[in-house]
Design a protein around this ligand. Structure first.
Ligand code: TNX
Length: 439
């Protein structure tokens, strides 16, 4: 059997080929997303069980083709390839700085090129609310107008969100919407002060700084709890109606001013609301404190203990270890963009790790996949986004796709050769000193 190749490789160029075949076949081993490429001196063929597999075969061809003047040349090769994880994603924080529909589409193209199939959109935070909710219009009229450092913010209408979802679907990318609750909710509280618990957390006012954990939904009386859950119910209902994915992300992180008993009650209530709207709950690892179980997805970002306890409760774990895959972490102390509360993450650090080593005791069945978050406190433009995403994202995408043993010394040579592709696509990538780009 020919070897399985990983995300990108560069065989030696051969003669230009002229005949192309795409075919749907039945080949159990390839699954829903795998493909087989055969390049001979007469033809290039891609075969797969499903259209998604054909799409991924074509992405591989885009990566292994070598441009020669007007032509793209391919070496004779057979590649059989299929992913180890079904959730291979990135998250874009459109709350701290707003990114336009066109920007989000660009990012969808960027991640789809590396065979990622999930884009998680962080649609609300203390600094801004980014999705139209018809039953609570002030969320965007008031809470949509701010972002970190000023500059006006913005939001997506429901029609625009549907357009993003459709664009993503045409590239086999699923959009996962996140409304971050019960904390990171200041933009909503500033829009509807009646949702605020007097004296708990900071008095709500539009906010353009970058502190975290100072806001909370209210549960200090029966009436307050009812209003909060009415709000959450309306928001989740409207989003679920335009979200064809099976999932709704409810946030759940850094609820520093929410009492523990309120936090747990909220997570349990959110789960019921999400399920009543036909979705499965996703949340950051703190939601492991709630009454969660099979069907829920827990996004591990900092706590092995929460991830372990979530897995014991039957939830599946989405790996986003901040020290490895937080794309907003600076590369080193000289990086002009990004933060460094978790670590400085050079390109080798983001590549050299194994999913099964992140949380001791987790086995492959507990892990649903890998997601690389890009928080946007310091990012204003797509140029900024690309500078932090590239070249770390391709390596993380490879870890999500391919179970091979990783060797930085082998990878860094492939990555250097891949610079030609990143340049052809116009990516503003970081020229890490750890890679010999000239080769
Ligand atoms: C932590 S990670 C956060 C975000 C920040 C990020 C910055 C997580 C679940 N919460 O609110 O944007 O750090 O790196």
């Amino acid at each position: 059997m020919p070897p399985r190749y990983c995300t990108f490789l560069h065989p030696k160029p051969a003669l230009p080929k002229t005949r192309y075949f795409l075919s749907l076949i039945q080949d159990q081993e390839l699954g829903d997303e795998g493909y087989e490429i055969k390049v001979t001196d007469e033809s290039i063929s891609v075969a797969a069980n499903k259209p998604g597999g054909l799409f991924y075969g074509i992405q591989t061809l885009r990566q292994i083709g070598v441009k020669k003047n007007e032509n793209t040349e391919f070496a004779e090769v057979t590649i059989r390839d299929y992913p180890q994880f079904g959730w291979r994603g990135s998250m874009l924080d459109v709350a701290r700085h707003f990114f336009s529909v066109e920007d989000v589409k660009q990012y969808i193209d960027d991640i789809a090129y590396y065979k990622m199939n999930v884009l998680h959109l962080h649609l609300s935070d203390d600094q801004g609310w980014r999705i139209e909710i018809k039953s609570w219009p002030k969320l965007t009229e008031v809470g949509g107008k701010t972002q970190v450092g000023g500059g006006g913010g913005g939001f997506y209408t429901q029609e625009q969100f549907k357009d993003i979802v459709a664009y993503a679907a045409s590239r086999f990318v699923t959009i996962i919407p996140e409304i971050d609750m019960p904390s990171h909710i200041n933009a909503a509280l500033a829009s509807y002060p009646e949702l605020y618990c007097k004296g708990v957390g900071r008095e709500p006012a539009l906010y353009e700084g970058i502190e975290v954990g100072f806001s909370t939904l209210c549960r200090n009386s029966k009436k307050a709890e009812e209003l909060t859950l009415k709000f959450v119910g309306d928001v989740v209902k409207e989003i679920s109606a335009i979200n064809p994915s099976p999932y709704m992300h409810i946030g759940g992180d850094e609820a520093h001013v929410t009492k523990k008993e309120d936090y747990i009650a909220f997570i349990n209530a959110f789960k019921k609301i999400v399920e009543a709207n036909g979705k499965q709950m996703v949340g950051w690892d703190e939601i492991a404190q709630g009454n969660i179980g099979a069907g829920d997805v827990v996004q591990m970002w900092h706590s092995k203990e929460y991830a372990d306890s979530a897995a014991r409760k039957g939830a599946r774990i989405l790996l986003s270890p901040a020290k490895k895959v937080y794309l907003d972490m600076q590369y080193d102390s000289t990086s002009k963009l990004g933060l460094h509360w978790a670590a400085y993450i050079e390109v080798d650090e983001s590549y050299n790790w194994k999913p099964e080593d992140i949380v001791p005791g987790l086995n492959a069945d507990n892990i649903i996949g890998i997601e690389a978050p890009l928080w946007a406190e310091t990012l204003k433009t797509m140029n900024d986004v690309e500078y932090l995403a590239f070249p770390r994202l391709p390596g993380i995408a490879e870890i999500a796709w391919s179970p091979k043993n990783r060797d930085w010394n082998e990878y860094k040579v492939r990555l250097a050769r891949h610079a030609a592709q990143m340049e052809a696509l116009g990516f503003n990538y970081y020229k890490s000193p750890k890679v010999d780009w000239a080769k």
